[in-house]
Design a protein around this ligand. Structure first.
Ligand code: ADP
Length: 207
């Protein structure tokens, strides 16, 4: 696009504006991709410094829901949280926010209009479990245990929704695991998916 514009196409102002927008959007997409790749390689090389502190995970979820409120409203998807009384968890707040943003954003992205995304918070023995359920397209069984691999995407088999890079869940898995938690997903194709992860209530890996 840049080459053609420089070769003279920029004299056509309407074409110029349209192509500049494409160049801008693509540069932004590349920036996100590079950031995700950097993030993932730092996590894989265990070069990410974590700042653990004790927080109320429900407050963090509320914050994430408010960040995604606009997008959900645009998609006509309702965001709800159900929580029992849970103890504080020991996490790196920014990293935990990244996990929640990724999972809830995905749930909104794959939900049909008019549906709900439900975030549920439960107390387990020494952990708190957060699950995110949607009523979206779901994930076929043969893909389920591979979606946490980097670059793995179901879209190549699926018409419609696309644009992802297959890195978000790999990053989420790393973050959950360095916290000493576990992450997984269950799904009924055509009916929806539930992604869940646990976070310890005590510091598991002191750094
Ligand atoms: P992407 O950036 O491609 O969304 P992710 O790592 O977040 O990458 O997701 C990996 C794959 O898992 C994607 O191909 C996506 O289709 C699938 N996926 C993730 N969340 C959901 C969901 N809530 N419902 C259906 N498919 C999902």
């Amino acid at each position: 696009y840049t080459e053609t514009l420089l070769e003279g196409a920029m004299k056509d102002t309407s074409l110029c504006e349209r192509w500049l927008q494409i160049i801008y959007d693509e540069s932004q997409r590349l920036e996100r991709l590079i950031n995700d790749l950097l993030d993932l390689s730092m996590l894989e090389a265990e070069q990410v410094e974590l700042h653990f502190k004790s927080i109320d995970i429900r407050k963090l979820i509320e914050n994430v829901l408010s960040v995604l409120h606009h997008l959900a409203q645009k998609e006509n998807v309702e965001l709800v949280m159900h929580s029992e009384d849970v103890p504080d968890v020991v996490v790196d707040e920014d990293r935990m926010k990244q996990v929640l943003l990724n999972l809830i954003h995905n749930a909104v992205k794959y939900s049909p209009k008019g549906e709900k995304v439900v975030v549920e918070v439960k107390k387990l023995t020494r952990e708190v479990q957060i699950s995110i359920s949607d009523k979206g397209v779901g994930i076929p069984q043969n893909h389920l245990n591979r979606i946490f691999e980097r670059f793995y995407r179901v879209e190549k088999d699926r018409a419609g929704k696309s644009g992802g890079r297959g890195l978000g869940l790999a990053i989420a898995r790393h973050i959950v695991e360095v916290h000493g938690g576990t992450i997984g997903a269950t799904s009924n194709p055509g009916e929806g998916s539930t992604f869940y992860f646990t976070v310890p209530t005590d510091l598991v890996f002191p750094r």
